[in-house]
Design a protein. Structure first.
Length: 147
């Protein structure tokens, strides 16, 4: 029973619950940003670049080829799938990432500002003795030794 109790304490601890909520919200926010980029940003970018749909942009390294069969139906040359670098989808996902990263940065910046305002400033340390005070302390100590 000790293991179950320990797990329950771990699972209900505030940090774990906060992390779970943040994860769920982050996934939802990611979907919103993806929808925003795919539905609003990329069509505008496509319009500015002459009607280009970035999700379809790719460099074809090897064209696809259909399978070649002889009269008996035996495959002579197997089918070859297309090999391509899909850089358009990468650009779209990169824009998604930049937007999400900027939003997270702004949230963290706001939280740090709130946290900084909430914590009281450390009391200022009193300044050290001046040169005159040090000299007077030495004279006082020397006079005590003489007595």
């Amino acid at each position: 029973m000790g293991l179950i109790k320990e797990f329950k304490e771990f699972a209900v601890r505030g940090n774990l619950v906060d992390t779970a909520v943040a994860f769920v919200m982050g996934v939802s926010f990611g979907k919103i940003v993806t929808s925003f980029v795919d539905g609003m940003v990329m069509p505008l970018v496509g319009m500015l670049t002459g009607g280009v749909d970035f999700n379809d942009k790719k460099w074809v390294l090897q064209d696809a080829a259909a399978a070649v069969k002889d009269a008996a139906g035996t495959v002579v040359t197997p089918e070859v799938t297309e090999v391509s670098v899909k850089y358009g989808a990468f650009i779209t996902n990169l824009i998604d990432f930049v937007i999400v990263a900027f939003a997270v940065f702004m949230v963290i910046k706001a939280l740090n500002k709130i946290k900084q305002e909430a914590t009281p400033a450390a009391p200022a340390t009193p300044p050290g003795p001046t040169e005159a005070e040090k000299l007077l302390a030495e004279i006082r100590d020397s006079l005590k030794k003489v007595d």
